[in-house]
Write a protein that binds this ligand. Structure first.
Ligand code: HAM
Length: 437
């Protein structure tokens, strides 16, 4: 099938070794040197999920475009300006996932998980796509770790999920974080609160930025988290959602606070925390670097979404979850000087001089790898000096060297790269030598 997107191929004449292409703006290659950070976060995440009883789920990278319009909300920045949407070749509207919760709810319904004991606890690692203005910690493709607990409305679950998020960040060694919590009510009490909010904002409309003027009409709750200084001044004195909750939401929020204190999670109530997706009800929360509360630097966030599954065609099903941005965590780990523990693999180098020795080297390398050992060796016909240099660069602890004599005798030279000592050993003894404790 031909390539139908109109574009111009520019045949630049780059310098030797340069590439004609770059990673798309707002995306990044995660090079081998960075992988340790991501592995560290993934390991800590999987460990905490195991302890709280969450099971892994993977959903597609793209979904029916309507899933996100309906669930995130047509008036949100994400749906209005940030989705990567396209028609597939059969004309179906598709969207690269701009968040992970709606796909999980879709899978919960599609696979009848409501028949399982509730709550169903799921976790995921997902690539997330948002066409945002790229800057530090904000990318057009980022990686999220998220959890969702579906089918339970008890405020004790809210507290447990918030505690889990908190313990996850602590297990990474991160310091100076702040857990911000709020309640934005339910479909019964929120309309009256929004009227109060609009009434207040109508008196300050001239102080608002152009975007907030639009929000005033379309999504008044979002007025509260505008980052522009003049809008922040107005928001500071705005009516608080927690003061306009119905009795059930008020009791729910009070219980969440009580359980959080029992669980020893330090938290701050933040009446301006509203989140950027429309599906939230009652509890919302965010983890932010201390001193940057309110800035767009949250390391993670989430909340309840008790109406979402019903809106997608299911029975009323309360649920709650959170997601964290892995790149933002990496930035914070680096800023706080936290280096992930290096993998403890012992590296071995196998060197050779001559063709027959090369054949022995290949055999020994394969045998050591079968025994679970990390082995490097060099291709082509490099000098022994060049091979030893390579062994050093690769951080090999020991090098095994085959020459003509060793091939004849069935032996190999065993060199300790740190001490600089070497011995001759039987080839047949090498594996036992390296694997015995
Ligand atoms: P979110 O707050 O939109 O929530 O995203 C979660 C986290 O992803 C943010 O706190 C931030 O760390 C990271 N993040 C968001 N956008 C970017 C970006 N452009 N570049 C880098 N990192 C970013 C959600 O997506 C909800 N689905 C969370 C949730 C789960 N709520 C309930 N369950």
């Amino acid at each position: 099938m031909g390539f139908t997107t109109p574009f111009t191929l520019v045949y630049a004449s780059p310098g030797k070794g340069a590439c004609l292409y770059k990673a798309p703006r707002g995306t990044a290659d995660i090079l081998p040197a960075e992988q340790g950070y991501f592995r560290y976060i993934e390991e800590r995440a999987a460990d905490i999920c195991q302890r709280y009883g969450y099971e892994r789920i993977d959903t597609p990278v793209f979904e029916d475009a309507r899933l996100f319009i309906r669930t995130i909300g047509p008036g949100t920045d994400i749906v209005k300006k940030e989705t990567y949407s396209f028609e597939d070749r059969s004309g179906q509207g598709m969207t690269l996932c701009p968040e992970g919760t709606a796909p999980i709810c879709r899978a919960y319904l599609e696979h009848g998980m409501y028949n399982l004991p509730q709550p169903v606890r799921l976790y995921y690692f997902a690539a997330i796509f948002r066409y945002e203005r790229p800057q530090k910690g904000r990318y057009r493709q980022h990686q999220q770790f998220g959890v969702e607990a579906l089918g339970e409305g008890d405020p004790a679950l809210d507290a447990e999920v918030i505690e889990m998020a908190w313990r996850f960040f602590k297990s990474l060694g991160l310091r100076k974080l702040s857990m911000q919590v709020n309640s934005i009510g339910c479909r019964l009490c929120r309309p009256a609160y929004l009227e109060r909010l609009k009434g207040y904002y109508s008196q300050h409309i001239n102080q608002l930025c152009p975007e907030c003027k639009a929000r005033f009409r379309k999504n008044p709750l979002r007025l509260l988290d505008c980052k522009k200084p003049s809008c922040q001044d107005v928001a500071a004195a705005a009516p608080k959602s927690v003061e306009h909750l119905c009795p059930e939401c008020r009791e729910h929020f009070r219980s969440v606070g009580r359980y959080l204190r029992l669980l020893k999670v330090p938290f701050k109530k933040n009446h301006r925390l509203v989140r950027g997706l429309d599906y939230y009800t009652r509890t919302v929360f965010e983890v932010q670097p201390q001193g940057e509360e309110g800035a767009q630097s949250a390391l993670g966030g989430g909340g309840r979404y008790d109406d979402l599954i019903e809106e997608m065609g299911g029975k009323p099903t309360p649920a709650i979850g959170f997601a964290v941005g892995m790149e933002r965590i990496v930035l914070n780990l680096k800023e706080q000087g936290i280096t992930p523990p290096a993998p403890e693999a012992q590296a071995i180098f196998v060197a050779y001089v001559g063709d027959e020795a090369k054949a022995e080297a290949i055999k020994l390398a394969a045998e050591l790898r079968r025994a679970g050992i990390l082995v490097y060796w060099s291709f082509g016909s490099k000098s022994l000096k060049a091979q030893m240099r390579q062994a050093n660069v690769l951080g090999a602890e020991y090098t095994f060297i085959f020459g003509e004599d060793e091939v004849k005798n069935g032996t190999v030279v065993y060199r300790d790269m740190v001490e600089g000592e070497q011995w001759e050993v039987e080839v047949g003894e090498v594996v036992a030598l390296l694997t015995q404790v």
